[in-house]
Design a protein around this ligand. Sequence first.
Ligand code: ADP
Length: 898
Amino acid sequence: MVKRKSSIRLKVTLGYIVIIVCVLLSSILILEKVTVLNGKRSDVTNRNLEVHQMINTVEQSIIQIEKKQNSYILTGEKRYINEYEEQRINVLNDLENLKNVVAKQSNEKILALDLEKSVNKWITLIVEPSLKIREEKSESAATIFLKQKVENAEIPNINRSINRLRQEQNTILNDDTENLEHTSVQLMWIFFILILSIMLVGLFVSNYVSKNIIQAIQNVKKTIQNIRQKGGDLKERIDIISRDEVRDLTIETNQLLDQLEEKEWVQNNVNQIIYAYQGVNDIHTLGDVILSEISQVIHAVHSVFYLREEQDNDILYVKKGAFAENNLDIGRDSFKLGEGLIGQVAKDGYMYKMAVSPENTHVISTSLIDTAPRTLLLMPVYFNRQVIAVLEFATLDTFEEKHVQLLNKVNETLGISIDSVKRTMHIESLLSDSNRLTEELQVQSEELQVQSEELQTQSEELQAQTNELSTMNDSLATRTKEAEARTRELALANRDIETQAREIAQGAKYKSEFLANMSHELRTPLNSILLLSEMLTDQENSHLSDEEKEFAKVIHSSGQDLLELINDILDLSKIETGKVNIEFSDVNISELPTILKANFAHFAKQKDLTYHIEILGEIPNLFFTDELRLRQILKNFLSNAFKFTEQGKVEVRIQSAALITEEMQKVSDDWLEIAVEDTGIGIPKEKHSIIFESFHQVDGATVRKYGGTGLGLAISKEYAKLLGGFIQVESEEGIGSTFTLYLPNMRQCQENIEAMQGSLAVQPEEKVNIFQGKKILMIDDDRRNIYSMRTLLESKGAIVTSGESGLECLQKLQYNTDYDAVLMDIMMPGMNGYEVIQIIREQMNLDLPIIAVTAKAMEIDRDQCMKVGASDYISKPLNMEQLLSILRVWLTKEVKVK
Ligand code: ADP
């Protein structure tokens, strides 16, 4: 049961009422206390005043009695007796009053009684007898009596009593005043405590009320936040914890969430159902899918799908699908329009929902129970304002509102889908008819096609043969023309060549004759000088003084140096004229240490140097290179090492090259590395390159101190180049030097070299070397081609510059156009030969001869080469003789390319 609602307003009002009641009660309490205090205060003041007045009255009366007594004694007038009597009665009354007033104060009461006693005693014993004596005797007798009685007089007692009474009253007044002050302090404390309590109550009440309200609002906020954070999960509900307006808000919000959840449930399930029958194009499958999907969602145990069909002018609703949890075959096969409930729904077009009695329905049996559906729902499906299908569902329970909503939603699109499936089926049946026809036609057309293709092939073959014949004719005609032109050019060139060759041959002859003569002419006297000077240095020639013997030694050693110089110059001139004979063979590397050791051990001993040769790691026993040149290079390295080292060591290390760069790999996969290291004077960094040039030494002092020609390293470098390798130097002044020779195993290049040597061999001894000094730029991405062509052309005296890409060629031509010919490979990655030639001709405007080297030997390739501006072309694989003769033509003629 919902408890009675307590609104926020009620809570706030109640809070205020509690605070106001507290304030009122405290005010009344304090007011009452203040009133009591004031009453007490006035009591104390009044009583004090009254007591003092009484005492004063009594005192006045006593004085009056004394006055009247004295007056009577002096005058004897009777009136004074009367007045005295009056005063006596007054004083007695006053004393009685005084007693009454102080009756509550015991001390005061005793003092009042004492006073009364003294006054009575005074009146009885003194006043009354003195008056009697005056009356009976005389004034003097009365006076004497009085004088006699003075010593015993009661007046001092009376005065003392009065004073004590006054003091006592003052003491009482002080006590009462103190009590009153104490009470007033107490009152103040009570006041503060009450104020504090009210404030606390106020705080408690406001806290309770606000907490009550805020807690409820926060609950609502938290739930809304949760829904938002969970991406709109509408399952979340707000807990109802208050009984105020927030409760109404909570209930309303929860109801809204229920509604949204229901809507979402409907939409999700509708989507799922629609998605399930997407793509279905058979009406039976459509019926089964719809029934199965919807039944699961709305918990229907039976469902049937009837589709409108027109048969013989009758409208029938024919069963196209059924769903039963126990797989029974349910539902009649068809209904006429208006027949049974199905026919009725189809006719009326309304949805029916009805409860059914168990006897009229199928019994649903499970392994545990037999039960019957309780609710039926029939739904018409519309398309084009016509009921095109009827769906029937039965459930064991009831259909909820959301189930009906879902069915209505599904119904919105179901009609279209059913109609579209019907149409698709119709189209498919038409299509299959048409396909059958098409297939028949296809077979006939294929037969025709085969016949036509056969004819086509025959005609193409004929065409191709005709084309080939005409191409061959063209090519033959062009070739003939070219050959004629080439022959004419060759004849002309040959005449030029012959003239030049005669001149050059003459020059070369003079040069070699000169060198031979010079060597002979120099060697002959040198031999005598060496022999004679050696004889003179001989110890047995005792007729020479020591100084003369020293001169003879100098002559001998200078003669030796001269002989070495002549030999070196001859070597270098041979290299330069390409007359060095390189003979590659299998060299036994393993015996190299023994040979080197034997040749230089005595130098090491002479200079007291450590000399060490070692083979590091595995090296091949046989290495394909020129042994003589290899030994010459190493001999040069070692003689330099021993010459420039005064102390320490000379070390030779032989090993397979540790690092083979991509460049090196293009020449060979197998490289040998021989390093000669010394701890000699070293070479400054800036001189590392010039020491490889002819006649260059580190400085003049070197010549003076160590002698030498400055040719050894230049020759070594050339030899290393001819062997396909190179030299590297690492050196630091004052620390030492390492000269390293890198040599490729030339086995892989052997074939090329053999081909090259073969071509050189068949070449008749050239009378005139027209290649001498000619600058040729060679562009090819294959290093081996470059190597073999370079070796061939350099052996002819040409100066060859090479590049491996079109870009490199253009860069080289940009810096130097002074080339006599360009050999251009066509097939290159990146920029191909055609493009490069075109740029050279059209953009750089260079008219130097360009010979295209192409692997394609087709007419069309040649045309392409000529079209882009090549001067000539030669096809791969290269025939050396052909290459040389083409080059000969272009190197001797004045080229002007159109
Ligand atoms: P040279 O006949 O003068 O030795 P090289 O061409 O063999 O001619 O050497 C050229 C120069 O390189 C030498 O003069 C010397 O200055 C320097 N050089 C060569 N090898 C060494 C070395 N191992 N240590 C120091 N300097 C060297």
